[in-house]
Design a protein around this ligand. Structure first.
Ligand SMILES: Cc1cc2nc3c(=O)[nH]c(=O)nc-3n(C[C@H](O)[C@H](O)[C@H](O)COP(=O)(O)OP(=O)(O)OC[C@H]3O[C@@H](n4cnc5c(N)ncnc54)[C@H](O)[C@@H]3O)c2cc1C
Length: 571
């Protein structure tokens, strides 16, 4: 196998909101920029975002957005990053709008905003229920127009990292069309590889959300942060987990159990269906566990929007209606639809400072390496993300990463890559294709997903987490014995899925180790054996590193507490 070495100023991995926004800034400043993506850019998961993007447009200042975000994060969010995000949010909306994003409007022509969970004001700007696609199309188009080179259907399998100098100077990728490897040698590398919800059986994520970027980084002994915090969205369609956006509740939808009760009155009497996501998800799962579920298996609850009327549903929630008809045969204009909590969003990720520089430890940064969007942990979401803060984070911090690369570039040098830098990924691919075992990749993936949902899901406890650690060890052993049928070099999706499963196993272990060690309940991480938040012992970020034998060790990093001191979190 030959390896071509291509040289750039900037290589961006991922073409969702974060990657496109960063690449555009770099190209605008005259830097030679390439975006590598395993999917066509518009198939990135950003395009699936339905509900909205937050900004305090009609408030005297951004303090209340900051407070809602800090409270939503269960006080684990870093307040310097949160302040930056909330302050820049209104300008980010105008930036998107000026580039061509068409937001839904009020009758007076101003940008419409709807209420979302955990927010004290209606703050989510939206484009019907296709907000992500509108924003992504706009940024992608504009990045393209500036001359960013997009290479889609290229799979990145490794980052070229020199531990001795703590510097990154490129990535190794293969062209899925013909399995040709290439090195992309650059002064700056940015990861924008998105989330990792696919490690759960019931999830709302695209098939591509296999967390590749995280495991690639972790395999070099670099840390991952706060991996135990996985958000379960209250409303995934029963069975598949496909998302029914929070917009349905934002517009006034009810949640009902089998007795027809609006059961949120018990756990969030003030905010009801619009309490934050972790609170609503637990309430739903509790109704099901206690026998008040609906549907043939009693494993769902109802989302009812009929009282909004057909006109409003068709105007504000047309895609949700289509999805429920297509996947459950239920028309929300005429009947309630069956939903349950679904793995949705990853709060943890590659640790970065507030300017998107990747951290190699709590106080050291990797030279030439940046990350933004869902794969990163800047930590604006802490232990729980508020709805409509993530499209914002991806676009805003993606752009911010680009701006910082532009600022830093004069101090970054291009260290020439060598063909041998590609060896590690080439060996991995060769092994996957030629390994002559008996295990099927799809079986192992299903086992991982089902057990993660069962043992490291909405409710966790010591017994289940210990069990899951063993299960992951066992799956890892079986993975050594896989076999794929397709040995070809043209669009070998068997090979790609096997590599992705390897990534899923690695980061799943981080989730479970972090969840096991965190003996408290905070945000999305809920331990039935430790039901209270414990600030005295656990108000810290988890930094986790993996050694060559895949053992994970954990350390603590301080939370940036600013003007909002930790308080009891009630809705
Ligand atoms: C169904 C759904 C609805 C949502 N709705 C909302 C909402 O209304 N509001 C909100 O704020 N948030 C929402 N979110 C969350 C939000 O959309 C995402 O967190 C955000 O868009 C992520 O953007 P990103 O740029 O980080 O990653 P993504 O858009 O996921 O892009 C990841 C990119 O990385 C590339 N990639 C990954 N691995 C590799 C590899 N190995 N090699 C090459 N390329 C690779 C992919 O090809 C892709 O281009 C929603 C999420 C889901 C799943």
């Amino acid at each position: 196998m030959s390896v071509e070495i291509r040289k750039y100023d900037v290589v961006v991995v991922g073409a969702g909101l974060a990657g496109c926004a960063a690449a555009r800034e770099c190209q605008l400043a005259g830097l030679k920029t390439v975006v590598l993506t395993k999917l066509h850019p518009l198939r990135s998961h950003s395009g699936a975002a339905q509900g909205g993007i937050n900004a305090a447009l009609n408030e005297s200042d951004t303090t209340s957005h900051e407070f809602d975000t800090v409270k939503g994060s269960d006080y684990l969010g870093d307040q310097d990053a949160i302040e930056l995000m909330c302050k820049k949010a209104p300008e980010t909306i105008r930036w998107l709008e000026r580039m061509g994003a068409v937001f839904s409007r009020n009758a007076d022509g101003s940008i419409a905003q709807r209420p979302f969970g955990g927010q004290s004001h209606p703050r989510a700007c939206y484009a019907k229920d296709r907000t992500g696609l509108t924003c992504l199309q706009t940024i992608y188009e504009q990045a393209h127009r500036e001359g960013v080179e997009f290479l889609d259907e290229w799979y990145v399998g490794d980052v070229i990292y020199d531990k001795r100098t703590n510097k990154v100077n490129g990535v190794v990728a293969l062209n899925l069309r013909d399995t040709q490897f290439a090195i992309f040698n650059a002064k700056a590398v940015m990861f924008a590889t998105g989330g990792y919800g696919r490690t759960y059986k019931i999830n709302s994520n695209a098939h591509a959300n296999t967390g590749d970027g995280l495991s690639i980084v972790a395999r070099h002994g670099l840390p991952l942060e706060d991996m135990e915090f996985v958000q379960f969205h209250p409303s995934g369609l029963a069975g598949s987990g496909i998302l029914m956006s929070e917009a349905a509740r934002g517009e006034g939808g009810y949640l009902l159990n089998s007795l027809g009760e609006r059961f949120m009155a018990k756990s969030a009497p003030n905010k009801m269906e619009l309490a934050s996501r972790d609170v609503v998800s637990r309430a739903i799962e509790r109704e099901i566990l206690e026998g008040r579920g609906v549907g043939p298996n009693k494993d769902a609850v109802y989302l009812d929007v009929r009282h909004l009327g057909e006109a409003k549903i068709m105007q504000r929630l047309p895609e949700l209606r289509d999805l429920a008809i297509a996947f459950l045969g239920q028309d929300m204009v005429k009947e309630p639809v069956m939903i349950r909590a679904t793995a949705h969003y990853s709060m943890g990720g590659i640790p970065v400072d507030v300017n998107c520089h990747v951290r190699s430890s709590e106080d050291e940064l990797v030279e030439g390496f940046y990350a933004a969007g869902e794969c990163s942990c800047v930590s604006v979401h802490g232990a729980n993300r508020l709805g409509a803060n993530s499209v914002l984070e991806a676009a805003l911090f993606g752009r911010h990463a680009g701006e910082n690369i532009v600022k830093d570039i004069k101090d970054l040098t291009l260290k020439d890559a060598k063909v041998t830098d590609a060896q590690r990924f080439m060996d991995e691919v060769k092994w996957v294709v030629s390994n002559n075992g008996i295990q099927r990749v799809s079986d192992l993936r299903e086992e991982l997903q089902a057990t993660m949902t069962e043992n490291a899901g909405v409710f966790r406890d010591e017994k289940r987490l210990v069990k899951q650690k063993e299960i992951i060890k066992n799956i890892r052993e079986k993975y050594k014995n896989i076999r794929i049928d397709d040995k070809s070099s043209v669009f070998n999706t068997d090979m790609q899925e096997a590599i992705e499963l390897g990534h899923m196993i690695d980061y799943a272990a981080f989730i479970v180790e972090g969840a096991y060690a965190r003996k408290e309940s905070r945000g999305a991480h809920y331990r039935e054996d430790f039901q209270q938040r414990d600030d005295e012992n656990f108000l810290y970020h988890t930094f986790a590193v993996m050694d060559k034998n895949k053992n994970i060790s954990l350390s603590k990093a301080p939370v940036n507490i600013g003007k909002f001191k930790p308080e009891v979190r009630a809705y």
